[in-house]
Design a protein around this ligand. Sequence first.
Ligand code: FES
Length: 130
Amino acid sequence: MNHAEAGDGDWLPIADLKDLSEGINPVTIQATELVTIKKGDSLAVFAGRCLHQEAPMGQGILEENHLVCSKHLWRYRLDTGDLEGEPGIRLQKFECRIREQLLEIRQEAFDQLKATYASYDEDDDEDYVP
Ligand code: FES
């Protein structure tokens, strides 16, 4: 399914609920990496690249209250996206909703992230390589 065609303009569908597993779910929409966290009935969506060196947060480690980058172990709070001990540094967390069994995020916020990643890719010859 092309989720990008099913939205209502302000919201962008990013995943079918039935496709999400408990824990960390990497999601790529329009070549832009996101990460969805499912813990029981709660869902959260974050930007998919670490703020340190752009390592994929989809390969991160899920702790009780944190999403931890597997590369150098930066720890982001699940409730806010704040880097532990550095509240001014925040992994983008998206407002989200469920509509007709689809998980959706705000289109405008997604567009901002997409533009940010595009600028990284233009300027940076040293993208993270696993
Ligand atoms: S790239 Fe994530 S902590 Fe370094």
